[in-house]
Design a protein. Structure first.
Length: 370
């Protein structure tokens, strides 16, 4: 377990995360959708099979950024799908991928235009982005989503709640996570981190649609969810971390395991002589094991009490040196952490949304409740 105390406050900056959209449709073949997009002059989409029963085509848009160019492009795609007769059934979903790193060195419009024109150059998607989001940020985004899952369920048709292709997140799994890998629930959850290595976080809960405004308003909601955590709920800077050492990091019954347990006794450690007696190891092997322990739990966790500090003098024998593994120790490092209660932005999924987006979703919730 780690306990952190921030020494810096958040710094608010404009951030842009790119996004990808996957639209699932029924009723029209892949070849017909491809031909319709080509005839309309809409470039950049991949049209492919999805593998889900009753889904005939998956239209994968190129990576986009939040700008008018992206909205107009999405609109043109949806217009083509509507004109060719694509339909939606309960098996269809809408999957949105948000980049796990900020866009850098490009304006949103310039990036979007280049992405549409050169979507086959997939390597450019990751090359245009900075460092991936810190684990603390991703954990908070997922925690906020899970915390108001009941509210999110009211935003979608019933076919998208407790759906096996977009299952609810687990609060206990999120709370106990210590890294991105721990946060990964699997592909078929409302938030999927199995795309992390490809540079994205996938949001899977929205139902299938070819309505441009429905898709756009969901993208805006997700972008704000990410942005609010980054700008209002975390700090980046130096922090003091109180780290607990593991109880049994070595195999039980092994010589180094016995030595580790003796050193981590909570009573100021143990002498070399006592370790030698308990393990049958030479003084040299005891010191080698101390080095191995340092490598496993960190230099700051292991304390050497010299024979002088134990009241002995040079010449009394080096086996009087004592070694201790601290049950907990402090380290100082950089990284993100949640702000304290006096400074942190509220956890609500609606925090930071524009009035327009908020009112859109309230109307949507009311319409679905009828």
């Amino acid at each position: 377990m780690s306990h952190c105390q921030s020494r810096k406050k958040r710094v608010k900056t404009m951030t842009y995360h790119t996004f990808g959209i996957e639209i699932e449709t029924a009723g029209v073949s892949i070849s017909r959708v491809k031909n319709a997009l080509e005839r309309a002059g809409v470039r950049g989409c991949q049209v492919k099979p999805d593998g889900t029963p009753s889904v005939d085509a998956e239209i994968v848009l190129p990576p986009l950024a939040d700008c008018q160019v992206a909205y107009e492009y999405l609109q043109s795609v949806c217009n083509v799908l509507d004109s060719v007769g694509c339909s939606i059934n309960t098996s269809c979903g809408l999957h949105v991928h948000i980049s796990n790193a900020e866009l850098r060195d490009h304006s949103p419009a310039a990036y979007t235009g280049a992405s549409i024109a050169h979507t086959e150059a997939r390597g450019g998607f990751l090359a245009s982005h900075g460092e991936p989001l810190d684990f603390v940020i991703v954990k908070d985004i997922m925690h906020r989503y899970e915390r108001q899952q009941d509210t999110l369920n009211t935003m979608f048709a019933r076919s998208r709640t407790h759906n096996r292709y977009c299952a609810p997140l687990s609060a206990s799994k999120i709370d106990s996570a210590d890294c991105i890998r721990d946060l990964d629930h699997g592909k078929f959850y409302a938030i999927n981190l199995q795309t992390w290595s490809r540079g994205t976080i996938e949001f899977r809960q929205h139902g299938g649609t070819i309505d441009c405004d429905k898709i756009w308003n969901w993208v805006q909601f997700i972008l704000n969810l990410v942005r609010w955590t980054k700008t209002e709920r975390v700090a980046n800077g130096t922090r003091t971390i109180v780290q607990d050492t593991p109880v049994t990091p070595f195999r039980r019954g092994s010589r180094v395991g016995v030595q580790y347990t003796m050193m981590r006794n909570g009573n100021g450690g143990v002498s070399t002589r006592d370790i030698m007696d308990a393990t049958g190891c030479s003084e040299q092997r005891v010191r080698a094991a101390v080095s191995e322990i340092r490598q496993r739990v960190g230099d700051n966790a292991v304390v050497t009490h010299t024979q002088q500090s134990n009241g002995a003098s040079y010449g009394d024998g080096t086996d009087l040196t004592r070694y201790e593994v601290l049950t907990s120790f402090e380290t100082t490092g950089g990284g993100f952490e949640l702000l304290d209660d006096d400074n942190i932005g509220i956890a609500s999924i609606w925090a930071g949304t524009s009035d327009e987006i908020f009112e859109y979703w309230q109307d949507r919730i009311e319409a679905l409740s009828r």
